[in-house]
Structure formats: C-alpha cells, structure tokens
Design a protein around this ligand. Structure first.
Ligand SMILES: [Zn+2]
Ligand SMILES: [Zn+2]
Length: 353
C-alpha cells in the first residue's frame, strides 16, 4: 500500500518534497530530511514480457488510492496537503470519489526542479508575452493560484528491430525527345524491384501514458533530461499529485511502434537508394524489448474565462510553458459573431425585399 504521508521528525507535520533538492522539508518548522537513495536502487529496464505477465511472476506492482474526474477520466493520487476543488487536468469541479487501483509501479521519477512560485513566475512571463491578451484574461489567469505539481505517467521502450521490406527503386535518367523541329530533354524514372532487410536498435522511445491532457501540449514539453531519472521513491511525490496511467503497457508499446516506424522507413529508403523509393511491404520484428514506467513532473493549471476552461502545462524541469492562448479564442469568437451578424443582416436584407 503506497502511503504518501511522511511525518516530520521534529514536529510530526507532513513533510513535502522540496523541488530542486534531494530533501523532504517540513512546511511548518523547516526541518529537512535528506532523501537518501538506497545504494542498491537504480533505474532499471524491465523485460517487456515480464511486464505483460499476470501477477505472480510479474514486474513490481503497487496499489494506490486514487481520486477520479468524471469529465476527463483522469485518476490520480493527490497529496493530502493539496486542497484541490477542481480537476487539475480539465478544471471541472471534483467530486472526490476514491478507489484503489493496482498498477505497475513506476521505476523512476524526474523530481520537480522548481516550486509553485517558480511555476507562477514562468507562467506570468508566458502570459505577458502573449500579444493582444485582453487585460481581464490576464487578471483572471493571475488571480487563479491553483498550481498543482503533477507527476505524469510515461512509458519508455528499448527494442532491437529487424525489418524485411519489398519495394521499388527509382533511378532518374534524362531522355531527349524530338518536339517538332526542336529537341528537349525530359527526366524519367526507371523502376526496379528491391527487397532487403534493415535493422536498428531503439533506446528510450518516450510515450505519454496520460490521455487527460491534449497530447500535443505534453509532446511540446520535450525534451526531458531522462539521463537524470532517479529511482522511484514515494518521497518525491510528497506534496504533489501523481496520475495513474491511462494507456497501459501494451498500448504504450503500440504507440512506441508508431514512433519507430518513420525511422525504420527512413532506413529502408536509404537502403533502397536511388532517386526515388516506394515501399510495398514492411515486416518488422521486435526483440530484446524492455521498458521503464516513469513519472515526469508537470505543473498544471487552468482557469475559466467565459464558458471555456483554458488549461496549460509547464515542464517541471525546464520551465517550458504550453497552453491554450485565451486571446486567440476571444478573437475567433468575435470573428465568428461578426460573421454571423453579416449573415443575419444579409438574411434580413433579402427577406425584406
Ligand atoms: Zn516540522
Ligand atoms: Zn478532469
């Protein structure tokens, strides 16, 4: 049973992870407790088949208590110190409904490197960089102080691939043709069938296992300093939230294959050579597949403006901000209304004739 509470040795209050350090810090008396990594713990790759196996011979699992959001289906652990009235992912008021889930235990974590104050500063810099942002949007966005540090679940996969292909190689040549009393040259392509095999090893193909945030945002938070991953330790989660994965290990591997595919196709085209290539069939076998389940730090916030909720995300390591830009939606709204007004005016004009 994963319990997220760590008590202060000095006053008994709940300790929280202090971003940018390897310390748990007491928010009341300031007492610091170093997170000493046990000497035998390290970030490990786990065999994919072991990960898929049923409990018993399987990869390490844990049972956690999660709360869930009815609207976006996010399920997450939330530190008791966090008073969240709205879902950190979609901004919907949360009805706290908790249940236990058993899942593959994360193997590694990238701890937050700056705190909520730092997140706010980065967000405000981002906001002030938005041209034409209406002042009330800025004011509303600034008034909202609900920054929640959430560890977002990811999978990374390593695999050796070997791919058999059939295709065609196109070699260009020029031909001179008689056109009346002039001659001109045209470029034509001679196609010849080709087949062969390419192989490539992949390392740390990263797949987001959360579906509660627009994946485009999370993708744009890359790159992550995965070389700095720490072995999983619940203490890094103290004072933060942690999401339960929505894309499972097998689903994640399918997504990883999708990321490997264009790279493999590039290898095939290089192997075919010539000026043009077509690939008519491609069979890839994956071997030595291993995975890591990791948690990456993202500051989340959202605010309501009119009827709309605007979410944004901040990379908890680099400070990269991605989010919806409220001004553009306002402008689109005005443009749409203006368009409707023109249509309505035209309709009235023609009706009156
Ligand atoms: Zn204390
Ligand atoms: Zn939600």
């Amino acid at each position: 049973m994963a319990d997220m509470a760590f008590a202060c040795a000095s006053c008994g209050a709940q300790l929280e992870y202090a971003p940018g350090t390897s310390m748990l810090k007491c928010p009341y008396c300031g007492h610091e407790n170093p997170i000493a990594a046990s000497p035998w713990s390290r970030v490990e790759e786990i065999d994919y088949a072991t990960g898929l196996a049923e409990a018993g011979q399987a990869a390490p699992q844990e049972t956690i208590q999660v709360v869930s959001c009815k609207r976006c289906a996010a399920e997450f652990q939330l530190d008791p110190s966090i008073q969240a009235s709205r879902c950190p992912f979609c901004g919907t008021p949360i009805v706290l409904e908790s249940r236990a889930v058993t899942h593959l235990r994360p193997g590694a974590v990238l701890p937050f490197s700056f705190d909520a104050k730092g997140a706010r500063a980065k967000y405000e810099t981002w906001l002030s960089g938005l041209w034409f942002a209406p002042n009330d949007v800025r004011r509303l966005a600034k008034a909202d102080n609900g920054f929640i540090g959430m560890y977002v679940p990811y999978w990374t996969y390593d695999a050796d691939t070997s791919s058999d292909y059939d295709g065609q190689r196109g070699d260009n040549y020029t031909r001179t043709i008689q056109d009346g009393d002039k001659t001109r040259t045209v470029v034509e392509t001679r196609w010849t069938p080709r087949s062969g095999q390419v192989s490539r090893g992949f390392n740390d193909v990263l797949v987001v296992a959360s579906r509660s945030l627009p994946s485009g945002y999370l993708d744009k938070l890359e790159p992550w300093d995965l070389a700095d991953l720490s072995p999983y330790d619940q203490r890094y989660l103290s004072g933060f939230g942690a999401q339960h994965y929505q894309l499972d290990l097998a689903g994640g591997f399918e997504a990883a294959k999708g990321k490997m595919d264009p790279v493999i196709r590039g290898d095939v085209r290089a192997d075919i050579g010539g000026d043009k290539q077509t690939i008519s069939s491609l069979q890839t076998t994956y071997s030595a597949v291993t995975f890591k389940h990791i948690l990456l730090p993202v500051w989340l916030n959202s605010f309501r403006y009119g009827q709309q909720t605007y979410s944004f995300v901040i990379n908890g390591r680099t400070g990269e901000v991605q989010g919806q830009r409220p001004w553009s939606w306002v402008k689109i709204g005005i443009a749409v209304l203006a368009g409707l007004a023109v249509v309505a005016a035209a309709a009235m004009f023609f009706n009156n004739r």
